[in-house]
Design a binder for this molecule. Structure first.
Ligand SMILES: Cc1cc2nc3c(=O)[nH]c(=O)nc-3n(C[C@H](O)[C@H](O)[C@H](O)COP(=O)(O)OP(=O)(O)OC[C@H]3O[C@@H](n4cnc5c(N)ncnc54)[C@H](O)[C@@H]3O)c2cc1C
Length: 314
């Protein structure tokens, strides 16, 4: 078939390859439990650091030992790289004084970004999807925590946003009111829960803007390699799984390699389409693996910054 010279048939990925603007990316990691997991995490950090992310975030668990692991990981990132760590912090299972102490320690060690979250009930109280009961002497929600963080030091405070509404919220409008409270308390950026329906995300951002909220809303991108695991996680956190996504993974339970290729393709197309809608910031849920995220970043136009590479390796 010969096309007339004026007609070009290219998709969002090819168009992304023609762009010259460099998007900003950030990466989420979780604190490792074992020396082997620590090794995997640092391989991922070493591979992704040269892409010069705006920040890298480290998640926070409910129990004492998982908290220590978050602090240790954040400290190691500060000590051994030039990356900006964003420490996740929740209100769960701690008094206001205990949380304030953690905030002060972060500032003293050089942390300047905190992801301020309420957190989910600990597993002993039903885990994700369980009924959240705030401690009488603790912070009740992310708004209170955000206010406390900003009252202690001028951190950049990032908060969670939910394109498909938080599972406990009665409506998306209520959720956006809560986001407004978080912004009034000092939040400077919203990171979205992962999603797969672009229309849902774009409609959500329109509503956020219509409510007068101007902070950046950064799409949270989850490259899906474990579809069965995703189904459980999505059910708990209220993310819809479109039929087309289920179809793509159908029959691939024993074929991890094909699942990975599909995951990369789906996430890349989502990001490239979001770029076409004007989004220039992307937050990746890396699950401590670098390769898929690295490939997606390449398509989006993110390239190594030689200085960042040297500093990360130093
Ligand atoms: C980007 C991102 C990162 C995350 N990282 C972690 C992590 O590291 N560790 C972890 O444990 N969890 C993490 N989570 C999950 C998060 O803790 C849960 O989604 C939790 O259930 C809600 O946290 P939040 O900060 O959004 O809460 P909030 O914004 O406080 O909202 C929680 C619920 O309470 C309602 N609410 C809040 N304020 C009010 C009010 N004034 N009046 C009435 N209702 C109100 C909201 O509508 C919502 O339903 C993360 C989520 C996201 C999106």
């Amino acid at each position: 078939m010969t096309l007339p010279p004026t007609r070009r048939v290219i998709g969002p990925v090819a168009r992304a390859g023609e762009r010259t603007a460099r998007p900003r990316v950030s990466f989420e990691f979780f604190p490792p439990k074992t020396p082997a997991m620590e090794e995997t995490l640092w391989q991922a950090i070493t591979r992704l650091a040269p892409l010069d992310p705006a920040f890298v975030s480290v998640t926070y668990g409910a129990g004492g030992s998982t908290r220590e692991r978050t602090h240790r990981t954040v400290k190691r990132i500060l000590d051994e790289t030039s990356l900006k760590p964003a420490a996740h912090l929740t209100c769960v299972g701690a008094s206001r004084e205990e949380v304030d102490e953690v905030i002060r320690e972060y500032w003293e060690t050089g942390v300047r970004h905190i992801v301020s979250l309420r957190g989910d009930p600990p597993p002993s109280e039903g885990g994700i999807g369980g009924v959240y009961v705030p401690r009488a002497d603790g912070y009740a929600n992310a708004t209170e925590l955000t206010k406390a963080i900003r009252g202690i030091s001028p951190f950049e405070v990032l908060v969670g946003v939910y394109p498909e509404k938080h599972p406990e919220s009665p409506s998306i409008e209520h959720d956006i009111d809560v986001l407004k409270q978080k912004v009034d308390a000092g939040a400077t950026l919203g990171i979205s829960q992962f999603f797969f329906d672009l229309d849902v995300f774009l409609r959500y951002v329109d509503k956020v803007r219509a409510a007068g909220i101007t902070i950046p809303i950064v799409p949270g991108i989850m490259p899906v390699t474990n579809f069965n695991g995703l189904k459980k996680m999505s059910a708990a956190c209220g993310t819809g799984i479109p039929g087309w996504l289920a179809n793509l993974f159908e029959g691939l339970d024993d074929d991890a390699e094909t699942r990975r290729l599909i995951a990369c393709s789906v996430a890349t197309e989502m990001c490239a389409k979001l770029q076409e809608q004007g989004f220039e910031d992307f937050h990746f849920y890396t699950l401590n693996r670098a390769d898929l995220v690295y490939a997606i970043c390449r398509v989006l136009g993110v390239r190594e910054n030689p200085t960042a590479a040297t500093e990360a390796a130093a």
